[in-house]
Design a binder for this molecule. Sequence first.
Ligand SMILES: CC(C)(COP(=O)(O)OP(=O)(O)OC[C@H]1O[C@@H](n2cnc3c(N)ncnc32)[C@H](O)[C@@H]1OP(=O)(O)O)[C@@H](O)C(=O)NCCC(=O)NCCS
Length: 191
Amino acid sequence: MSRGSVTSGAVEIGSRVFLRPARASDRDAFVGLRRASRAELRRWEPEPPEGFDPFGDDAFGREIGVPIDGSECRWLVCRVSDGVLLGRVTLGAIERGPFQNGRLGYWIGTEHSGRGYMTEAIGLVLRRAFGAMGLHRVCANIMPVNTGSRRVLERNGFVKEGYSERYLQIAGAWEDHERWAITAEAYRAVP
Ligand SMILES: CC(C)(COP(=O)(O)OP(=O)(O)OC[C@H]1O[C@@H](n2cnc3c(N)ncnc32)[C@H](O)[C@@H]1OP(=O)(O)O)[C@@H](O)C(=O)NCCC(=O)NCCS
């Protein structure tokens, strides 16, 4: 397959990863990757709604059923060299008007972790957020013990803005979270 066809549909292309919306034919790869990564993802992901299977068709349905009101973007993270699905990023809770803010969510398949893929993917999200989407601020909330997630944010220029106790329900418990963010001005100031 040529590089052009591998990256077809991409909204942002980096040196090793690219972002593109999910399509129906991604179902098996998506569900398979999440199921294989279940043990790790369970530790960090917000509690799903009652009756929602976060490791099956429900989760994939959410990827292709993005609301049309512009409040959320979801992109698969895929490898430039062969198109393989690596993970997923979301920019949700998008508010326009005087706020121009979006909230990041992300995961990588466990078999692909620790290779710098998510660091590059978040860089691509920021390029899009502060470029084509015209946002002013991107934020992310992380559990203090999630070292990998913190490093991804630090490496992309986010700063820690605050700390919220018992902020989000993860794996059945209300967990404290650090609140991180980056503004368009800070993003453009990075050399
Ligand atoms: C957090 C996560 C997205 C990181 O993705 P990744 O592709 O492995 O990250 P990278 O390879 O780009 O690594 C970035 C940095 O984090 C470090 N890192 C990655 N995983 C780590 C881990 N489990 N423990 C400690 N450090 C870790 C890397 O060594 C690297 O550090 P460096 O900048 O000092 O070299 C991934 O581990 C994941 O999906 N975790 C489960 C879901 C999750 O936590 N999502 C975020 C919720 S807020």
